[in-house]
Design a protein around this ligand. Structure first.
Ligand SMILES: [Zn+2]
Length: 446
């Protein structure tokens, strides 16, 4: 099986490559980069990527795929389909399923379901504590042997600092990063939106920014104490980002991610009580968004992750107070990231870095997040000028809970390739796939 992604513009921050090249793939691995004038190797299928950007396959560090237990919201197969449709070759599955992924058996089940789906790479994240209850450490070693790449009790923080210390020491022994949902329950309890002017006006219980910041500061201190790799999930506050900035300045192994809704929308979006604006952490005020944008520009924020959290329409039509937290995000993340590029907030190289290079490195995914020779042939092809509108009713996800339904976007992932197989190709770009030498020559002469 040979594939040539020809005539594109390759951006691979890990190799420092930002130039016109063709990517030659054989048997699921990258053989190397060819120059545009080079002969097409024998027997190649060809994707003509003229005018397009060819990047290492994007990696979503943070998604809720709901299986086992909540298949009416999402399955691993439907989540993987949404992932590749959104440009993600790899998606990581948070453990808050039913049962919770706190055992090798659940880890193996998730991997089997993903292999059956044959779409995205799916890497499970194991629980920090049994049933994510915060009281007893889960069997991280057994789960690691079965295939987890990190641990997290996402959805909750680990309430006790003493327990979190032991968890970090344990995870460090297995070289697993600890992904940290920062939300001090005693501060956030009962809150359904950001605490501030908006919550006062709307009469909704607020979650103060300090609920996130207290845990972020605590766990940066514990990273120093234990030497564990700590990754703060979905940071949304100035204080949490500042905590990461200071930790990095001191050389601590602390990283963080941000989700697109947290820079795209403010808490003002809650004003019409649309439950698709309810997530945890909540949409924040403008000053926090400025801190996120600064963190994305200066490198304090390492990754963009979706926090894809499907919920059934029957749940999201409940009262604002009662509805579950979370929105789907796999198919809108890249479009919203292009907003930043189009507004001059970050350049396209940085977009690739936060969506591919850095997440792969944080998770220790060897031979992913790069197009270096020998890497897995996971590729995301981007059209920065493609204009499209997100239609939630046509999402590959089983759920529809998005505040971005009907939103016009410029810039998209138009093809996703996993281990040399084209697993997603936007209908408007089908004509770009051809086979053989003749087709390429036609392509290059355009
Ligand atoms: Zn979370």
């Amino acid at each position: 099986m040979r594939l040539l992604i020809a005539n594109g513009y390759v951006i691979d921050p890990e190799q420092g490559i930002n130039t016109g090249k063709s990517v030659f793939i054989e048997d699921g691995r990258v053989v190397g980069l060819l120059s545009h004038g080079d002969d097409v190797p024998e027997g190649c299928e060809v994707i003509d990527a003229i005018g397009l950007i060819v990047a290492p396959g994007f990696v979503d560090m943070h998604a809720h795929l709901r299986e086992p237990g909540h298949e009416y919201k999402e399955t691993i197969a439907s989540g993987a389909a949404a992932a590749v449709a959104g440009g993600f070759a790899t998606v990581c599955a948070m453990p808050n399923t039913d049962p919770v992924n706190d055992s090798a058996a659940v880890t193996r089940f998730i991997i089997e379901q993903a292999e059956n789906a044959r779409l995205a790479n799916v890497f499970p994240i194991g629980a920090i504590t049994k049933n994510s209850a915060g009281t007893e450490l889960a069997e991280m070693g057994e789960m690691k042997d079965a295939g987890i790449i990190a641990v997290s009790d996402d959805g909750h923080s680990v309430p006790s600092p003493g327990m979190m210390r032991r968890a970090m020491e344990y995870a460090r022994g297995f070289d697993l990063p600890v992904i940290d949902h920062c939300e001090d329950k005693s501060l956030a309890r009962g809150g359904v939106m950001h605490e501030g002017h908006g919550s006062l006006v709307l009469g909704l219980h607020g979650m103060p920014a300090a609920a996130e910041e207290v845990d972020a500061l605590r766990d940066c201190a514990l990273a120093e104490l234990t030497g564990a790799r700590v990754h703060l999930a979905h940071v949304s506050t100035r204080g949490a980002i500042e905590a990461v900035r200071r930790a990095k300045e001191r050389g601590l192994p602390v990283t963080c991610e941000v989700a697109p809704h947290h820079w795209t929308l403010t808490d003002e979006a809650v004003a019409d009580y649309d439950t698709n604006t309810k997530m945890s952490p909540p949409l924040r005020s403008r000053d926090h968004i400025e801190a996120i944008l600064k963190g994305l520009r200066d490198g304090t924020i390492d990754a963009i992750a979706t926090d894809h959290a499907p919920h059934h329409a029957d749940e999201k039509t409940l009262e604002y107070d009662q509805a579950p937290f979370g929105i789907i995000g796999l198919e809108t993340a890249v479009g919203l990231a292009f907003d930043l590029v189009n507004q001059g907030g970050i350049d396209i190289e940085r977009l690739v870095e936060v969506l591919a290079t850095k997440p792969a490195r944080i998770l220790g995914l060897e031979n992913r997040g790069t197009l270096g020779a020998g890497a897995y042939a996971d590729v995301t092809i981007l059209d920065p000028s493609f204009q499209w509108t997100f239609d939630a009713s046509r999402s590959k996800s089983r759920s529809r809970n998005s505040p971005f339904d009907g939103r016009a976007m410029t810039g998209a992932a138009v093809a996703t390739i996993v281990a040399g197989r084209v697993v997603f190709l936007h209908p408007d770009f089908e004509k770009l796939v051809t086979s053989g030498r003749k087709a390429l020559a036609k392509g290059t002469s355009r």
